[in-house]
Design a protein around this ligand. Structure first.
Ligand SMILES: *Cc1c(COP(=O)(O)O)cnc(C)c1O
Length: 496
């Protein structure tokens, strides 16, 4: 065989092999009929899910069937509807139902339908939202959302931000920006001081460790009786630290603590920070979007004086999980902290009329998550969001007023946003243990999910109203269940 014939036969064999592989791989591109069939099944299942929400459970303690999800992945795919049934039965049923209006635990959100459609769309088209060059439209949508939020919190035009996957990553992003802006280095880090409070969300401490700031000094500031940072004490502590030759550089305050929904005195804290050139980061992951509610915007207005802020659209804008936002007042600090250069990105550098998300965040390739926020804001308009947030606040006030009228129930305080902490004080029984029983009974029932917390050794039950599907009748049911379960727990204790 001459060399050309040999080459041709090798190529023919290669082509034959490729064609065989292509045929097997074509399974990844289902045809129109298959797409329709899958789509219809998912559509039917999710419709069924939505229609059952109102009378279904918010919490299901029984997770005994999840082991059925442990199955080998088959070599050959099947079109069996069992695959869908598995998700319905073993994923959508056990645990907390975050889409339920009865989810009053932790900080809920709900999950807007329009966002789900946006995700679907973004996934089908798979637009590349990391770099302006790759998808100018997708990046423009994300940047317009950032500009809208910059305006909402009252930052100047020099501000910039990023749509991250959640509040934790958004907090991390802000903290890294602060570290770079304040030039914290291995040489000076052991004299650098960070201030937090006992009510600071744990994602912040995690972020310190990830950002290498565990070698700095972290001070937990004293709180007043309302669990707020005391600005006067804060100033004294800073002065004390300065006297010791230390460098205070960062304060993390909260606009809506996760436990109690408390807003720190942002205005005076910002003044103290300005005086001592300390970066003031406000964690408003829970509370930030209450800026949209007329009656609450004034209590959050001072966010505008901070250096950076985090807001969670997957809480306060009711989006499905997967979107938290960081905004930094001097946007250049974000760019400085996350800039990059790579030769394979040289095409991108030439058409920069908009900042690319990849330039201001740890991510490069990322989900086009802007669409899930942009589409609902366009389809619904802002008004229903304003109303829903106002409604959630007033529902929490309503709960607060009602629960404290029920004999032996006490409340921590009037809700500033939409969290109420309360507990039952039984006759002749340890209140902490009693309330634990009470929480257990609520969980066993499952129609309403409430969560609990411990502050200064006191065990509290808490209701956090933030699912857009939570309405007056949900709160009335909660009050009714609590009253019923108290009697149940009392009877159980009495019997023993
Ligand atoms: C929820 C929350 C976080 C964490 O955000 P994730 O979106 O859960 O990562 C941080 N801070 C506060 C105050 C929160 O409520």
């Amino acid at each position: 065989m001459n060399i050309i014939a040999l080459y041709l036969s090798i190529m023919n064999a290669l082509i034959k092999k490729i064609k065989n592989l292509e045929e097997a791989a074509l399974h990844l591109e289902p045809g129109l009929e298959t797409r329709k069939s899958w789509h219809n099944q998912v559509s039917e299942i999710t419709e069924n899910f939505l229609q059952k929400l109102e009378n279904g459970k918010a919490y299901n303690q029984d997770s005994s069937s999840i082991n059925l999800l442990k199955q080998p992945f088959p070599e050959e795919g099947t079109l069996s509807s069992k695959i869908f049934d598995d998700i319905v039965n073993h994923v959508d049923k056990p645990g907390i139902n975050p889409a339920s209006g009865g989810h009053l635990g932790y900080i809920p959100g709900g999950g807007l339908y329009a966002s789900a459609l946006a995700d679907y769309w973004a996934d089908i088209t798979n637009r590349y939202a990391g770099v302006f060059f790759a998808d100018p439209g997708a990046v423009k949508i994300e940047n317009e959302l950032i500009r809208w939020m910059i305006n909402l919190v009252g930052y100047p035009e020099t501000a910039w931000g990023n749509l991250a996957s959640g509040g934790s990553i958004a907090n991390l992003t802000a903290i890294v920006a602060a570290r770079e802006a304040k030039e914290i280095t291995p040489e000076n880090i052991r004299k650098a001081v960070i201030y937090v409070s006992k009510q600071t969300h744990h994602s912040v401490e995690k972020a310190f460790r990830i950002a290498g700031l565990q070698y700095a000094i972290t001070r937990t500031l004293p709180l007043d009786d309302n669990l707020k940072i005391d600005p006067v004490r804060f100033e004294e502590i800073i002065k004390d630290d300065k006297k010791k030759g230390l460098t205070p550089f960062l304060l993390v305050s909260s606009a809506g603590t996760t436990d109690a929904g408390i807003i720190d005195p942002l205005d005076s804290l910002s003044d103290v920070c300005t005086q001592f050139a300390i970066w003031h980061h406000v964690d408003a992951a829970y509370g930030g979007f209450f800026l949209l509610a007329k009656s609450l915007s004034s209590s959050l207005k001072a966010i505008s004086k901070s250096d950076s802020v985090v807001l969670d659209p997957h809480k306060g804008l009711f989006l499905p999980y997967g979107l938290g936002v960081v905004l930094v007042k001097s946007g250049r600090h974000l760019k400085n902290a996350f800039r990059y250069e790579a030769s394979y990105m040289q095409d991108a550098a030439e058409v920069e009329t908009e900042i690319s998300p990849a330039e201001v965040s740890p991510e490069l390739t990322k989900h086009f998550r802007g669409l899930r926020m942009w589409l609902p804001l366009r389809l619904h308009g802002l008004k229903p969001f304003r109303s829903a947030l106002e409604e959630k606040h007033r529902l929490s006030i309503y709960f607060y007023e009602k629960i404290r009228k029920i004999s032996r129930f006490v409340v921590f305080g009037k809700p500033e946003l939409s969290v109420v902490m309360f507990r039952y004080i039984p006759d002749n029984h340890d209140p902490n243990a009693f309330n634990q029983f009470l929480a257990n009974e609520m969980h066993r029932d499952g129609r309403i999910f409430i969560s609990t917390t411990t502050i200064n050794d006191v065990y509290w039950l808490r209701v956090a109203v933030l699912v857009f599907r939570t309405h007056l009748k949900t709160i009335d049911l909660t009050l009714q269940l609590l009253a019923e379960k108290v009697i149940l727990v009392e009877n159980k204790i009495f019997r023993h």
